[in-house]
Ligand binder design. Structure first.
Ligand SMILES: O=C(O)CCC(=O)C(=O)O
Ligand SMILES: [Fe+2]
Length: 160
């Protein structure tokens, strides 16, 4: 049994996804992460600030993210673009309770993703889903790498 589900690959649009990612990093809207090392991030659709209290506000709008999200996870509420520089990583953790556990991740570049006691090498453009209640971890990356994760937010946290 595997703790990740392999959904598929971004193939035809992979080069476009890479240049989109570079462009996003150059727009000056990526913030340093408090939770991961050498990572910047940006929220789409809804923006989620976790501490001191979970606060949900409007996130950025992007045609590409919206189309992709609607295709691979139609119920998504937020997308988090994370860019990791060389050595960037995230220690073992489970995701915050504001999120539904089901998470869809688009891997941009290469990485080793650990979940439970499994280690998975993720390919460039690979799309997976996993249960974010299970401890998971991103091992230090050996080249620049990004991820775009789509999640649902429990509706009690979403302001009307
Ligand atoms: O970037 C990744 O591969 C996943 C990061 C993660 O687990 C998170 O942001 O909660
Ligand atoms: Fe996580």
């Amino acid at each position: 049994m595997s703790l990740i589900q392999k959904i598929g690959y971004i193939r035809r649009d992979l080069n476009i996804l890479h240049s989109w990612c570079k462009c996003q990093s150059g727009m000056g809207q990526m913030h340093n992460s408090r939770y991961a090392f050498n990572r910047t991030h940006k929220w789409f659709k809804h923006s989620v600030i976790l501490s001191p209290n979970p606060t949900i506000t409007q996130g950025y709008w992007d045609e590409r993210v919206f189309r992709l999200g609607n295709r691979i996870y139609p119920e998504w509420d937020c997308a988090l673009l994370c860019h990791y520089g060389l050595g960037g990583h995230m220690k073992p953790h489970t995701d915050h309770v504001v999120f539904h556990f089901f998470t869809v991740l688009v891997n941009i570049g290469y990485c080793t993703f650990r979940i439970g006691n499994e280690e998975h090498l993720l390919d460039d453009g690979q799309v997976i889903s996993f249960n974010s209640n299970i401890p998971h971890e991103l091992l230090p990356v050996s080249s620049e790498r990004a991820s775009l994760t789509f999640r649902r937010i429990h509706s009690i946290y979403i302001p009307n």
